[in-house]
Ligand binder design. Structure first.
Ligand SMILES: [Zn+2]
Length: 393
């Protein structure tokens, strides 16, 4: 069935800014956009929807989440507020190991049930595509359960889920040697899970407390052999040259980047690697070093935004609040914030079929009850979503 949304103010995101069309219309057939432009030129349709002057944008894309996990770290948060150190929390069984234990103990059904409320919160703010990483299982079986739960979430709800294998997130307790674990990832976990169709991309945590650039390079080589795109948690706590490494492997994105150097920025610009900024983690961990937004802009590196939804450092399920944080904490412009959750987020996932309103793309829309685009970024704890259209429905 073909549909037409008219009497709308469009943010098409085509080009470099918001691509605004006043008194516009969007037509779709079979879930694909067939027309975007002034209402006057719109085709006839079997069903027409009057948007009553509301704003219409592409559906939002959350391109970096760790949405599937069991348990939570609220108690750890409380201990930290009471003054406990990172070491004391780790000794008390907190940190990533506590999420790993809870996730390993959960069945696939448990993981789906625990994650649905988080997914629903994203959907309620207009998200139509979400990336979900593994990385709390850290064994073949538990990583498989996490990725299968992520795929199931995409069947339970009208939302597109793209999966990322993050086996190189932390060292599991059964391994004492990081190189041996990396070999297990490259030789067993990744090829097995990829063969099962559970892996759309491969990620790693390049950090002193994570994995070294050499170890990450081995994971990236294994991904390249399997024809899978890569992305990287890079330069969050220190500068190990992760962004340059990611660029060498033509990574889709390098994420976090608070400690990114000028060399890393130039490498990302040359390879077309997207900078995914995660203001929720910056805020929650009370980080003080800001990502080098002005330099990224000067070099023309595309900037995406995401919630980084995870239990330890960013228990955030609001893309709209992430936009506000990106503006207040990182000084992104309104246009950059909105593009960060649409056009640039699509780029960070290597997806040419979503993220802008253009004929031929998937008809994912968010319809907003706002007077101007800046309201999406300006308000806090405010959800003006009027309707959300996924694949034309
Ligand atoms: Zn992350």
């Amino acid at each position: 069935m073909n549909r037409l949304w008219h009497n709308a103010r469009l943010m098409t995101l085509e080009g470099r800014d918001l691509g605004i069309v006043e008194d516009g219309a969007v037509a779709c057939e079979g879930g694909i956009v067939t027309y975007v432009g002034p209402r006057a030129g719109a085709p006839n349709a079997a069903e027409t929807i009057d948007c009553e002057g509301r704003w219409v944008s592409p559906g939002l894309i959350d391109c970096h989440t760790h949405l599937v996990y069991a348990g939570n770290r609220a108690r750890e948060f409380e201990l930290r507020l009471e003054g406990a150190s990172y070491e004391e929390i780790a000794r008390a069984g907190g940190g990533i190991v506590s999420t790993m234990k809870a996730t390993r103990a959960a069945s696939e059904d448990d993981l789906v049930a625990a994650s649905l409320s988080r997914l629903d919160a994203l959907i309620a703010e207009g998200v139509t595509t979400v990336e979900i990483k593994s990385g709390y299982g850290l064994s073949l079986e538990a990583e498989r359960r996490q990725l299968r739960a992520a795929r199931r979430l995409g069947e339970e709800r009208n939302v597109a889920v793209t999966t990322t294998f993050l086996g190189a997130h932390a060292l599991p307790p059964e391994f004492s040697d990081r190189d041996a674990y990396v070999a297990h990832i490259c030789d067993v976990m990744l090829p097995t899970l990829a063969a099962e169709g559970l892996v759309d991309a491969v990620d790693a945590f390049c950090e002193g407390i994570g994995f070294s650039p050499d170890q990450v390079a081995r994971v990236f080589e294994a991904a390249r052999t399997l024809g899978l795109p890569v992305k990287l948690h890079a330069e969050q706590l220190s500068d190990l040259g992760g962004a340059s490494l990611a660029a060498r492997y033509s990574a889709l994105s390098a994420d976090h980047l608070e400690h990114l150097s000028e060399i890393g920025i130039a490498a990302m610009a040359a390879s077309g690697t997207v900078a995914v900024l995660l203001p929720g983690a910056f805020y929650f961990t009370r980080e003080e070093k800001r990502p080098p937004v002005a330099a990224l802009r000067a070099h023309g590196v595309p900037m995406a935004l995401a919630t980084d939804c995870n239990p330890g450092t960013s228990p955030l399920t609001s893309p709209l609040l992430a936009m506000n944080m990106a503006a207040t904490l990182f000084r992104l412009t309104v246009d950059e914030c909105i593009a960060g959750f649409t056009r640039e987020a699509a780029r960070a996932l290597g997806r040419g079929d979503i993220g802008t309103l253009v004929p031929g793309k998937t008809c994912d829309l968010a319809i907003w009850d706002i007077g101007e685009p800046a309201e999406l970024v300006y308000r806090m704890g405010f959800n003006p979503l009027h309707a959300r259209i996924w694949r034309g429905q």
